[in-house]
Design a protein around this ligand. Structure first.
Ligand code: BGP
Length: 466
């Protein structure tokens, strides 16, 4: 018999501000990099999204109906500080106060991400993470959050998917390489370094200002498999595991740079430069838990010398690899979603086990989920059996991992409600709650619980026994 889920397990779901809120320039909110970047062709802009900004009460009531114990959302930096620094926008504070209070009214634990892909446009103009001042910009923002919401928010996440920002940010436009940069690899890992220091300082500050609160990182972690048992493939898998996963967690947990990554950067004269105090900040920071997003594993083989050196990396799901380190290959044992993402529930268990062995910290799943085309029937139903199957299989593997000894705090799949996908706009849906709108036709914005929502309600009520 498998171990049961712990009592007080955080069953919930996730969203991020720029993808769900809409009202992107309302009530004093300043533009973020998301609002000024080009909208991918054929996809909706971010002006309305799911209009959560105006519908949050209704949305949280639906989450409460499903029995949510937690809701992971992000705070838009530019709602609080329209320019990224300087003047506070009181209406932004008011909005998140209301949102937090609404959660608490139903006993839903707010889990707050401080930064989810939405650098203030004003700071983007000043170089974004490239500017060494970005560390202080972020820490200042964090202190405002702790001060205003820390009496009620107990769980904090620093930076969403910093590893994806570094690996694919330059491709998807969330990490900017300043014009005239000569060593692009160094530039990327210098920005990454600023984020690591910013995160470390925010963790220390959180513990100082809010001794009761808990804070952790939120990278996207998934195990990398070797394509075969050929030893060179195993080395390739270790390389990509280090670059994709362990760099971020070794730093967050132990305050040290992963040696494989450091030596790879050294080869290209691309190791980041430390400012005075960086090393101490990193050593002094201790997360209380590891938050992580999991969608699928990656599989790699030894690079046969065919990959050209490209410091900007590749696509998040089908990256080609990194010269001399690894090349990506298809895993023939795994099926794919309609949108081409591999599905690997057992890899979820493997990932959790590996993380626990390395870091011995409790873990909080901050994203996982199936993006699909959903159809609203005439009688107001969404029969998303495929999503139920996906989530059920993954929940089952968390239970297996708990049985193996891993400490799990909660499961917050993506997403609580339909929202704008990072690449595919509105057509790729993840929510338990359906939002009646299309890519360009805003429809009625009416909410409907999908079949997966009714199913999740039973899962939560039985604490995962269903
Ligand atoms: C993660 C991001 C989310 C979300 C999710 C689904 O990488 O943290 O913001 O968008 O992926 O991805 P997509 O929208 O591309 O399907």
């Amino acid at each position: 018999k498998l171990a049961s889920f712990p009592e007080n397990f955080f069953w919930g779901a996730s969203t991020s501000a720029y993808q769900v809120e809409g009202a992107n320039l309302e009530d004093g909110k300043g533009p973020s990099c998301q609002d000024v970047k080009e909208v991918p062709e054929g996809t909706s802009d971010l002006t309305v999204c799911a209009d959560h900004y105006h519908h949050y009460k209704e949305d949280i009531a639906l989450m409460a109906e499903m029995g949510f114990k937690s809701y992971r959302f992000s705070i838009a930096w530019t709602r609080i500080l329209p320019e990224g620094t300087g003047e506070i926008n009181q209406k932004g504070i008011d909005f998140y106060n209301d949102l937090i209070n609404e959660c608490l009214k139903y006993g839903i634990e707010p889990i707050v991400t401080m930064f989810h892909f939405d650098m203030p446009a004003a700071l983007d103009k000043r170089g974004s993470w490239s500017n060494p001042d970005s560390v202080e910009w972020f820490v200042n923002f964090a202190s405002i959050l702790f001060q205003n919401f820390g009496d009620r928010v107990k769980y904090w996440l620093t930076i969403n998917e910093q590893n994806m920002l570094t690996l694919v940010g330059p491709v998807i436009g969330t990490l900017t390489i300043p014009e005239g940069t000569t060593n692009v690899l160094k530039e990327i890992y210098q920005q990454n370094h600023h984020m690591l220091v910013a995160q470390a300082k925010a963790m220390v500050l959180c513990h100082e200002m809010l001794p009761e609160a808990k804070i952790g990182p939120a990278p996207n972690i998934s195990l990398v498999y070797p394509a075969t048992c050929k030893p060179e493939d195993v080395i390739a898998a270790q390389n990509f595991n280090a670059i994709r996963n362990w760099l971020y967690l070794d730093m967050a947990v132990y305050g040290i740079y992963n040696a494989i990554v450091w030596n790879w950067l050294k080869k290209y004269d691309a190791t980041p430069t430390f400012a005075p105090g960086d090393e101490d900040a990193m050593k002094n920071a201790h997360p209380d838990f590891i938050g992580f997003n999991y969608y699928n594993t990656a599989t790699v083989a030894a690079d046969d010398g065919s990959i050209p050196f490209d410091p900007i990396g590749g696509d998040q799901q089908n990256s080609n690899g990194i010269a001399g380190m690894y090349k990506s290959v298809r895993n023939e044992y795994l099926g794919k979603t309609e949108f081409g993402w591999e599905i690997d529930p057992v890899g979820f268990r493997a990932t959790i086990r590996e993380m626990y062995s390395r870091y011995h910290l409790p873990m909080l799943v901050t994203e996982n989920g199936l993006g699909a085309y959903d159809t609203l029937t005439e009688d107001g139903k969404i029969h998303d059996q495929y999503r139920i199957k996906y989530l059920q299989d993954h929940i089952h593997q968390i239970q297996e991992a708990i049985n193996d000894g891993a400490e799990m705090l909660g499961y917050n799949p993506w997403s609580a409600i339909d929202l704008i996908s990072t690449h595919e706009g509105m057509k790729k849906r993840y929510g338990f709650i359906y939002v009646d709108r299309d890519e360009f036709d805003l429809g009625t914005l009416k909410r409907y619980l999908k079949d997966s929502g009714y199913w999740y309600k039973k899962v939560i009520a039985s604490n995962g026994a269903d």
